[in-house]
Ligand binder design. Structure first.
Ligand code: NAD
Length: 477
């Protein structure tokens, strides 16, 4: 029988109400383990444990919090190869990408170990003589953290670390397709010295465990990353009971390529942004908006490059693109690839056979797309991009902004004038100049505009906006 991994509730490892296998998308015969599936009662038990732990943890010493987070970060970094391998095995991104994500998670914990010591307030003179005004930040309470499958250790890290750093207690529900990293993280946090109940892991379905967290009156805040549709549904329920929410969702990110760009740079930026991590990134550049003077050269060079990319087992040395994560995601990718709507498929989009049975798909490129086609408007979340021809910079900017979402936007150009203008006028939370739309630092804010994000930004110093609440105190000494 495969190894069984338990939920972590109130400082105890607890068997699931049910169990689910975690399969390797590079090799469907490889079952990583059986993972506990909580039911609503276990989710409620985790919330009760987090509520009970809050009183003490919220006033715990910042040195204790900092030391625990620092130890968790060190342990993640020390186990980077092992956890990276687990990540690649369960999610399908390549081993170097998976180790990179694990290192990032370790750095995030260490960053917030420092932030725990740096949380500051303000002291001002009052407009009334003899009175002082103090503004301080206090923890929110129990926070529910709900995460997607595509960054199974970095996204949990960038929610859990600030939550704990600022004195909140946590109920964490990972995505069902990638529970392995969540259990590894729980193991590390359990060993780092957290008092029982401060951190709880309840894996299971969104409709049972997720719903229980979102609707529970003791959960003061919900930080969610996932699809737009789920985010909207969560927002409605949470607002109904006035819970604080932070939503990071999908996007249809543009990469603009201007006539004056270096073709080699443009192709590298497009390949990395659109296809690495199998295109399964919220920041992926799935719309390549290219001006007329470079269009044909760019398409020819990109098509050529896509043919050479090595799609194979995520753990195999030299693999550049791993498999799609799961059958439903593969079906969704193939469904979009099948809908031409007048665009021409010039590369990829085919199922591939490899030494082991897996969800392999060759990177697909559409040309002659227009911005009103479904492939240009809806997030596919696979190794699929479309090229949209633009009539100069102004048209390219208009097309880039003509979307319901706005997480990341990129431009490849040698013109300072256009780069500066784009930086100011792109309707996105993050702008990249001569860099892929995906790939960000861990110490600065992350988030988007329009349908992509709702609520305060994640990461960096800005994380305190969600995980703390402000108090204004008036003191007459
Ligand atoms: P998803 O919305 O299907 O699921 C996300 C999480 O929500 C999972 O843990 C799921 O179990 C849970 N969930 C589902 N229904 C729920 C409900 N009714 N109540 C509470 N929780 C529920 O998303 P996914 O398929 O796991 O992830 C892919 C999506 O995530 C893409 O749209 C991608 O763009 C987005 N994403 C966004 C960011 C970002 O920071 N903006 C980062 C990574 C991924």
């Amino acid at each position: 029988m495969a190894n069984r991994f338990h939920n972590y509730i109130g400082g105890e490892w607890v068997a699931g109400a049910d169990w689910a296998p975690n399969r390797n998308p590079s090799d469907l015969q490889d079952v990583i383990g059986e993972y506990a599936q909580a039911d609503a009662a276990q989710a409620n038990a985790a919330i009760a444990a987090a509520s009970a732990a809050f009183r003490q943890w919220s006033v715990s010493s910042v040195q204790d919090r900092s030391s625990i987070l620092d130890k968790a970060g060190s342990d993640i970094l020390a186990r980077r190869e092992e956890i990276g391998r687990l990540l690649a095995r369960e999610e399908g991104k390549t081993l170097p990408e998976a180790i990179g994500e694990t290192v990032r998670a370790g750095h995030i914990f260490k960053f917030f170990a420092g932030e725990a010591l740096r949380l500051s307030g303000e002291k001002l003179p009052s407009v009334r003589p003899g009175v002082d005004v103090e503004i301080t930040r206090e923890p929110l309470g129990v926070v529910g953290l709900i995460t997607p499958w595509n960054f199974p250790i970095a996204i949990p890290a960038w929610k859990i670390a600030p939550a704990l750093a600022f004195g909140n207690t946590v109920v964490f529900k990972p995505a069902q397709w990638t529970p392995g990293c969540a259990f590894a993280l729980a193991e590390i946090l359990a060993a780092a010295g957290l008092p029982p109940g401060v951190f709880n892991l309840v894996a299971g379905s969104g409709s049972v465990v997720g719903e229980a967290i979102v609707s529970h009156p003791s959960v003061a805040g919900i930080s969610f990353t996932g699809s737009v549709a789920t985010g909207r549904a969560i927002a409605r329920k949470a607002i109904d009971r006035m819970a604080r929410i932070q939503l990071e969702m999908g996007s249809k990110n543009p990469l603009v390529v201007l006539d004056d760009a270096d073709v080699g740079t443009a192709v590298n930026v497009a390949v990395q942004g659109a296809y690495y991590s199998t295109g399964q990134r919220c920041t992926a550049s799935s719309r390549l908006i290219v001006t007329g003077g470079i269009h044909d050269r760019f398409v020819a060079a990109l098509t050529e490059k896509l043919r050479t990319l090595r799609v194979d087992n995520a753990l195999a040395p030299g693999t550049e693109i791993g498999p799609v994560v799961e059958q439903p995601q593969l079906d969704q990718d193939l469904d979009y690839i099948g809908q031409r709507e007048g665009a021409r498929l010039v590369a990829g989009g085919e199922r591939l056979d490899r030494a082991t049975e897996g969800y392999y798909l060759s990177p697909a490129l559409f040309v002659d797309a227009t911005n009103d086609m479904r492939i240009s408007r809806e997030e596919i979340f696979g190794p699929v991009a479309c090229v949209i021809r633009a009539d100069g910079y102004d048209d390219a900017l208009t097309l880039a902004n003509d979307t319901d979402t706005g997480l990341s936007a990129g431009i490849v150009t040698t013109s300072l004038k256009h780069a500066s203008h784009f930086k100011r006028h792109a309707e996105a939370g993050m702008v990249m100049v001569n860099l892929p739309t995906a790939g960000v630092d861990y110490h600065v804010p992350f988030g988007g505009r329009k349908g992509s994000s709702y609520g305060p930004r994640e990461q960096g110093r800005y994380a305190a906006e969600f995980y703390t609440t402000v108090k204004t105190a008036y003191v007459a000494p």
